[in-house]
Every structure is written in C-alpha cells, then in structure tokens.
Design a protein around this ligand. Structure first.
Ligand code: 5GP
Length: 207
C-alpha cells in the first residue's frame, strides 16, 4: 500500500526542546522531511539563512503572503512566521512525512485546511525546567524570556486541540515515541480513504 506522506505539526512552548527532538528524529529515521519556515525575526547567533529559517524583511514576507506562497502564517512575539508551500507539497507527493514545527495559531490553520494533519504538542516535564532551558540558551534577554513564558501560558490553553502530547524528558525515548505515534497515525481510516473506497467497491461486486 503506497502512501502519500502525511503532514505533521509539532508545536510546543519555546524552549521545550522541539529543535533537538526534530534533529534527532530526522537523523534516526529517513522517512521525514522538515519544512524550513520563513520569518521576519532576526537570526540568533549560529543560525544560518535557509537552514533554521529563511530570514526575510517584513516587505518580503508580505509579498510571499500576497503570492499565496505560504500554507499558513502567524504573528508570534511581534514577528511573522510562515510555512512555504512548494517544499511541503513536493515532499508529500514524494511520500515523505513532512514536519512543520510551528506555533498553535498556525497549527490550527493547517488542520482546518488539511484535516488529516497530525498534531503533536511537545511539553517540558514542568514549567521551571522550561525557564531553565530558555535561560540556558543564553541568546535571549530577560524581557524576551518573560514574553515567551507568558506566551507559553496562553498556548497551554490549546493543548487539548492536539492529537498527542510528547513529554520531553528523555531524548531517545521521546524520539522513538514520536515515531510510533506517527507510524500509527498512518493507519487511521481518514488517511486511507482511497484504499477503503477501493475495498468497498470490490465488495459491492459480490452482492
Ligand atoms: P523561534 O523564534 O523560537 O524560532 O520560534 C518562535 C515560535 O514560532 C515557535 O513556537 C515556532 O514553532 C514558531 N514557528 C516557527 N516557524 C513557524 C511558521 O512557519 N509558522 C508558524 N505559525 N509558527 C512558526
């Protein structure tokens, strides 16, 4: 049964460790493609254009929006973020499971447009650990950390809209759990409509 890939959204509070999880997931398994978003946020130290993000000006971002070049976009802590359409469509067509690492507003927009999207929410084991991880990055000042902790509080209200939570305490275990969740999701009836319809058609010929 050849599958078209499925779309997977991974959200989680800033600092929950999504980046590390995604990196390990992609290193461990070869059926995933990670979408690179476009953002108006300034690059952090060590980030390169085209790798973590496509860093653009607000004008460039809005131009892409007007060309319908983004699947979704949202504002987060005073910057714009969006998912370029072309890469996602190509990879899905090639049978890859495509991961979008995006925040909740974008996640819900994607789910609305593509109802078969699998929504995963990455959480730290507790809030103190989240703050510790944000500070540990050493790239954000107190004000940014305060904003991101506040934003986490807002985002926590939407967790039930996701299909599964992933508690990020042990990297290896988390990666293997995520892979299991995604593998199982492939077999949901809604993601196998063609196959089910085909069997139904075949069965009809018996009546
Ligand atoms: P950061 O500035 O820490 O890299 O990202 C801030 C937030 O924006 C994170 O929650 C991240 O998942 C989210 N984000 C990154 N790219 C996108 C995108 O293309 N669309 C949306 N809606 N959110 C994104």
């Amino acid at each position: 049964m050849k599958h078209r890939g499925i779309l997977i959204v991974v959200s989680g509070f800033s600092g929950a460790g999504k980046g590390t999880l995604m990196k390990k997931l992609l290193e461990t398994y070869d059926n995933y493609a990670l979408s690179v978003s476009m953002t108006t946020r300034a690059p952090r130290q060590g980030e390169t254009d085209g790798k973590e993000y496509f860093f653009v000006t607000k004008e460039e971002f809005l131009k892409k929006v007007s060309q319908d070049g983004l699947i979704e976009h949202a504002e987060y802590c005073e910057n714009y973020y969006g998912t370029p359409r072309e890469y996602v469509e190509k990879q899905l067509e090639a049978g890859k499971d495509v991961i979008l690492e995006i925040e909740i507003q974008g996640a819900l927009k994607v789910k609305e447009k593509f109802p078969n999207t699998l929504l995963l929410f990455v959480m730290p084991p507790n809030a103190a650990e989240l703050e510790r991880r944000l500070r540990g990055r050493g790239t954000e000042d107190d004000e940014v950390i305060r904003k991101r902790m506040h934003r986490a509080q807002e985002e926590a209200e939407g967790i039930e809209k996701y299909d599964f939570i992933v508690v990020n305490d042990d990297l290896e275990r988390c990666v293997s759990q995520m892979h299991s969740m995604i593998s199982a999701a492939h077999y949901a009836p809604g993601r196998n409509k063609e196959f089910i319809d085909e069997i139904r058609k075949e069965l009809k010929s018996w009546s």
